[in-house]
Design a protein around this ligand. Structure first.
Ligand SMILES: [Mg+2]
Length: 190
């Protein structure tokens, strides 16, 4: 039994990036290709207002594949965080995994316990930000996002229709399917 009752009190909204925050265009790393999905600023602002810490959890196999560098990723991330800040949205942290088990080049070719569907990034965020998983939610556009959330033990799992297409009959039971981030936040009020 966990006797540390003073810890792990924060609730989090774990959010995938491509297909949830910005339009899925395949390995986005340039500002000019980064297109925010309509309504995402308002939705995240509202989620923060409901007390959720916003934690971005993103696989970045484009780094492994050599399409762009970790420096490129940090640059676009800084820009993204600034854009959110201008709209009054504070993103608490961003976690990324730059590896790929098959297509990674050099040091980036490896099986990573952080790459979704593995739960490593979520578990790191839980430790770093004292997150209560049961009170938290995860939003993704792929079943691998959902799988990572399920393995970590996130309380509610949402799949949005703004990104990668999926077949509804492949979606595991208990996963909530909504059109977009605004749909997620509506459900959080219930
Ligand atoms: Mg995605």
């Amino acid at each position: 039994m966990n006797t540390n009752i003073s810890g792990n009190m924060n609730k989090a909204l774990f959010i995938d990036r491509d297909g949830v925050i910005n339009r899925e265009k395949g390995y986005v790393f340039r500002v000019e290709d980064f297109e925010f999905i309509d309504g995402v600023f308002e939705a995240l602002k509202e989620a923060a207002g409901l007390g959720y810490k916003i934690l971005v959890i993103t696989n970045q196999a484009g780094i492994a594949r050599g399409y762009y560098s970790e420096m490129d990723f940090h640059k676009i991330t800084k820009w993204m965080l600034d854009e959110f800040r201008k709209k009054g949205v504070e993103i608490t942290d961003v976690y990324y995994d730059p590896y790929h088990p098959e297509y990674g080049k050099g040091k980036y070719r490896k099986e990573s316990l952080r790459r979704k569907p593995a739960p490593g990034m979520i578990l790191d965020a839980v430790r770093d930000h004292h997150i209560n998983l049961q009170r938290s939610v995860l939003v993704g556009d792929k079943l691998s996002d959902i799988e990572a959330g399920r393995r970590a033990g996130v309380g509610r799992l949402f799949l949005v229709r703004t990104g990668h297409p999926f077949y509804e009959d492949e979606v595991p039971e208990g996963v909530e399917i909504v059109d977009n981030m605004n749909g997620v936040v509506k459900m959080l009020h219930d």
